[in-house]
Design a protein around this ligand. Structure first.
Ligand code: AMP
Length: 584
């Protein structure tokens, strides 16, 4: 075996792979040392250019190659403005110059507090393009969380739109005094908070700067975006994305959700730019020449339906709760938005009844799963032509799973002792993930970072899942939401899916409540469809036809509105508190 001469260590003497890695690292640092494989053999490097994968290259490419693809942006009143990628690039360049004039340097964090609109899209590119970090803030977070993350991120400037101006007014006293504010508006006078000293206006900021930019050649590992988890327990934790991870995610998404993308396709992200990068679509859409329709803050079923109809939207992405609103509108009008053929649903489990209802009106459903820590898409359920042609029952069963992994994402299942479980469609274990689009730690949080990965470098998702030999993955529950009754596990997700299929049920949530005899028993909480009054007895009788008797919830609590998290998912933490209070 060859020896690593420059380091003075004979590779043949190395005992294990870790030692080899040390040699490689030492060799790299010393420069001019050939690379080694894991067995200590010298390998031959390719002779291709080592050009960095940078976010600026997406928008410059889109402006050149897909210059006529549109970005349509609806405001709070529903008025629409339209631009093309070719028209947007000069605005992004102006904005990038303006940021530099404000003293922004590589690595600085710039906060955005805004809904899905054109200016927010421009900020994504201008901020990361000059090596700064776009810190998207979820306006639905609690005030304490908003106070915490702006301080933790040390944001230098905060951009806000008209809808979030009230939050800025409320939070300003708790944010650092030297934070600068930019109203994402046409005129300073139209801002709802004109009393901030030094308040800047977006359009005025752009006006004085040149429309061309020589984008810096950053290292592709440079941080580009920051998003805090909604923090159901403890303080929010920041996932810090890089240019490289963002591009690889965009490539992976464009392939895994290929029916969403492409020239002539029109994509409406209901998922917000303020959380997990609107699932990566602001990058994958321009890359593929897909037009984007930004819905602004009006996300109710009727507004979304009208916008989709008018703008010829072909595909859209959102969490089940927003699809519920759109589905109600589809049922009311007796038709779907005219060009809509694809719904990507994720963020929490999509109930079978929703899949069937959308498929029955001609909207294909791709169920997707992901996490803030993974950029965020991990799996997506686009079916092959053979799978799509399966009998309805088999097809729906496949669509109920969360799909197969995106390229670059590896999945493994582990049991209680960390042992690997087979991907046989039966074994259920915790899901661990690895790949270049997945976080290796949290931003400036060594304590949380230390718990994130297992000893082999895989990220613990906290989700329980099974994986089929075909690669399809099914989330069974969050580890902490599984209910243990008389020593047997009950999946809250399974029960919620069944309950949601019952007429008159809009949202169903199942939590475990303490029980003297069985340790824990499932309790079903239901938010009825507006105006409906489903009966407890008939709902439980319906559930008893679908599952074993011991799994049927003991009771049903009806609520006008089930508490949701800042990302529109059912907040079980909050729900448990409400139910505990009710029961007390
Ligand atoms: P977040 O980081 O806030 O986006 O939350 C990530 C978590 O949401 C995952 O770990 C899952 O528990 C849950 N989740 C996301 N997508 C799905 C899905 N399609 N089905 C079930 N749970 C999901």
């Amino acid at each position: 075996m060859p020896a690593a001469r420059t380091t003075g260590i004979a590779v043949s003497a190395l005992s294990d792979e870790n030692d080899c890695k040390q040699v490689r690292r030492a060799g790299d640092a010393a420069a001019n040392v050939p690379p080694y494989d894991q067995g200590g053999n010298i390998v031959l490097n390719g002779l291709m250019m080592d050009r960095p994968l940078l976010i600026s290259s997406i928008i410059t490419y889109a402006a050149e190659v897909h210059g006529t693809a549109e970005l349509v942006s609806a405001d709070a009143q529903g008025h629409v403005t339209r631009s093309t990628y070719a028209e947007i690039l000069p605005r992004i360049s102006r904005l990038a110059h303006a940021l530099r004039t404000l003293g922004i340097r590589p690595g600085d964090r710039i906060a955005t507090l805004a809904f899905n609109n054109q200016r927010h899209f421009e900020l994504y590119y201008a901020i990361s393009g000059i090596g700064a970090v776009c810190h998207t803030i979820n306006p639905r977070l609690f005030p304490e969380q908003l106070a915490y993350i702006v301080k933790h991120a040390s944001d230098r400037v905060l951009f806000f739109d008209g809808v979030t101006a009230g939050i800025v007014r409320q939070m300003r006293a708790q944010w650092p005094a030297d934070l600068r504010y930019v109203a994402m508006e046409d005129e300073p006078s139209t801002s709802a908070i004109g009393d901030i000293p030094g308040l800047l206006c977006y359009e005025a900021l752009l006006a004085d700067h040149p429309p061309a930019m020589s984008w810096p050649e950053l290292d592709e590992k440079t941080a580009s975006g920051l998003c805090y988890t909604s923090g159901t327990t403890g303080e929010p934790k920041g996932a810090l994305y890089s240019h490289r991870s963002t591009l690889l995610h965009a490539f992976g998404l464009a392939m895994s959700a290929s029916k969403l993308h492409g020239q002539g396709k029109r994509l409406l992200p209901i998922v917000p730019l303020f959380h997990v990068n609107a699932w990566g679509t602001p990058y994958s859409a321009p890359l593929t020449g897909t037009s984007m329709i930004m819905p602004g803050p009006r996300l109710d079923g009727a507004s979304l339906f009208d916008l989709m109809d008018r703008e010829g939207v072909t595909g859209s992405l959102g969490v089940p709760t927003v699809w519920r609103g759109l589905l109600t509108e589809i049922e009311k009008r007796g038709r779907k938005p005219k060009d809509l053929t694809l719904a990507i649903i994720g963020g929490s489990a999509c109930p079978r009844s929703m899949i069937e209802a959308l498929e029955n009106v001609g909207v294909e459903v791709n169920h997707a799963w992901g996490m803030t820590e993974m950029s965020p898409v991990g799996t997506c359920g686009q079916l092959s032509p053979e799978q799509a042609a399966l009998p309805a029952e088999e097809k729906f069963a496949l669509q109920e799973t969360q799909g197969h992994r995106m390229y670059g994402v590896e999945l493994k299942l582990v049991g209680d002792r960390g042992e690997r479980l087979p991907h046989d469609g039966r074994a259920v274990g915790e899901l661990l993930i690895r790949g270049p689009t997945i976080a290796s730690g949290y931003f400036e949080n060594p304590e949380a970072s230390a718990k994130l990965l297992d000893s082999d470098g895989w990220l613990r998702t906290g989700d329980m899942a099974r994986i089929y030999p075909s690669g399809f993955m099914q989330i069974v529950d969050r580890t902490k939401d599984l209910i243990k009754s008389g020593g047997e596990w009950i999946s809250s997700v399974d029960l919620e899916n069944i309950a949601t299929a019952f007429p008159g049920v809009a949202i169903a949530a199942v939590i475990g409540i303490p029980d003297a005899k069985w340790d824990e028993r499932p309790l079903l909480v239901v938010q009825p469809v507006s105006g409906a009054t489903p009966s407890k007895e008939s709902l439980l009788a319906f559930m008893a036809t679908k599952i074993a008797k011991w799994q049927v919830p003991d009771d049903v609590v009806f609520m006008d509105s089930v508490p949701l998290t800042a990302t529109g998912k059912i907040s079980k933490l909050h729900l448990r508190e409400v139910i505990a209070r009710l029961r007390a």
